[in-house]
Design a protein around this ligand. Structure first.
Ligand SMILES: Nc1ncnc2c1ncn2[C@@H]1O[C@H](COP(=O)(O)OP(=O)(O)OP(=O)(O)O)[C@@H](O)[C@H]1O
Ligand SMILES: [Mg+2]
Length: 350
């Protein structure tokens, strides 16, 4: 009897720990459609489907960390409930093989199955519509062949199966598939919506932060809420180590690899006054400190373009230079040389 009691307690503890040790992005993944922030259009339309048995095939697209995967998972949960979901939903993402053979076998086999019967309990609590849902997450990484093979499957089994395709780049989805789906565009989260959600996470986790920290985190993450929440979590882990009591803007910038404001001021100052030798020397030191050239490019872009001191002709020139450097860096060229080239070119056009 005593032993039974012990083992039960241990189980409760591990469950509790599992919830505690989850990354915050998972812990605060929206559980209901109502929890999804900012994506009003998608949420309103999808909520209507909860009231009727009608659901089209769907295509969700938009930048990372804006709630696409969370929305479809929340929808399936609300439609079927946690039990029925197991037999009614098939989720495939980029970590699964998704060449043409998988579409022919796994997807087709699941699509053709007749729908499982809901239990009495599920029927009372959830809409339980008479179809299954196949989620193809990160569908833009499916080969064109595999996408083509889906066309027939989608039509043939549409009485018992709905597809939801999710991607970042909608142009990588072949036209005939895209035209079979209702499209939902997920926008980058705007500052106020994202701030609300981030504040909520910070409150739940009792995170202490200085003024302006959350705004800076959102600034750095540029509409990607996943990145923002992850950054908040790393910062909150770091206050313990660095001995500070609250998260500061400097800590957040350090963790995100952002070049600090005063270093950026040094660079712009050097570009407008220093000659080639000084720039070379500075770049040598700068690269040794481990800053990334890509970060400099994007920060210089903000600095020059948003600054009214510079005229349009100059802004145009700088944009072209920055664009050129960015594309070369993306192609994997040497950071040191690119940065040197960038600063010298800008300094020449001033
Ligand atoms: N609109 C949102 N409302 C609430 N939380 C969100 C929202 N968007 C993102 N999040 C948070 O970010 C995490 C990641 O979101 P999600 O997996 O849905 O992004 P995604 O759009 O599928 O991104 P990807 O294109 O990279 O797959 C969620 O667990 C949640 O914590
Ligand atoms: Mg996703």
């Amino acid at each position: 009897m005593f032993e039974g009691f012990q083992s039960k307690r241990r189980k409760v503890n591990t469950e509790h720990n599992a919830e505690q040790s989850k990354p915050w992005v998972e812990k605060y993944r929206p559980k209901k459609l109502d929890d999804v922030a900012a994506q009003d259009h998608a949420v309103t339309v999808l909520k209507k489907t909860l009231g009727s048995a009608n659901l089209p095939h769907m295509l969700f697209y938009g930048p990372p960390g804006t709630g696409k995967t969370s929305t479809i998972l929340a929808l399936t949960k609300e439609l079927f409930g946690p039990e029925l979901m197991k037999t009614r939903v098939l989720e495939l993402n980029a970590s699964d093989e998704r060449g043409i053979s998988i579409v022919r076998e796994k997807v087709k086999n699941f699509a053709r199955l007749t729908v499982s019967k809901p239990s009495k309990h599920d029927l009372e609590n959830y809409p339980c519509p008479p179809y299954k849902i196949i989620i193809l997450d990160e569908a833009d990484s499916m080969t064109a062949d595999a996408q083509s093979a889906l066309r027939r499957t989608m039509e043939t089994y549409s009485t018992v199966t709905r597809f939801c395709m999710i991607c970042n780049y909608v142009i990588r989805i072949i036209d005939p598939l895209a035209s079979r789906c209702s499209k939902f565009r997920f926008k980058s989260l705007d500052a106020s919506n994202a701030l609300q959600r981030l504040k909520y996470v910070a409150e739940q986790e009792s995170v202490k932060y200085k003024e302006g920290v959350l705004e800076r985190i959102l600034d750095i993450s540029a509409g990607d809420l996943r990145r923002a929440i992850t950054l908040l979590q790393s910062a909150s882990k770091n206050i313990g180590y660095s001995g500070e009591e609250e998260i500061s803007v400097a800590l957040v910038e350090e963790l995100a690899g952002v070049v600090p404001e005063d270093t950026l001021a040094e660079i712009t100052q050097l570009v407008s006054s220093g000659g080639f030798d000084k720039i070379t020397q500075y770049v040598n030191e700068f690269i040794k400190k481990g800053w990334s050239a890509t970060a400099v490019v994007s920060q210089l872009h903000d600095y020059y373009i948003k600054n009214d001191e510079f005229d349009t002709a100059f802004k145009n020139k700088v944009s072209m230079i920055l664009f050129d450097t960015d594309s070369k860096l993306t192609n994997g060229t040497n950071e040191h040389l690119q940065l040197l080239n960038l600063l010298v070119k800008i300094s020449k056009s001033i």
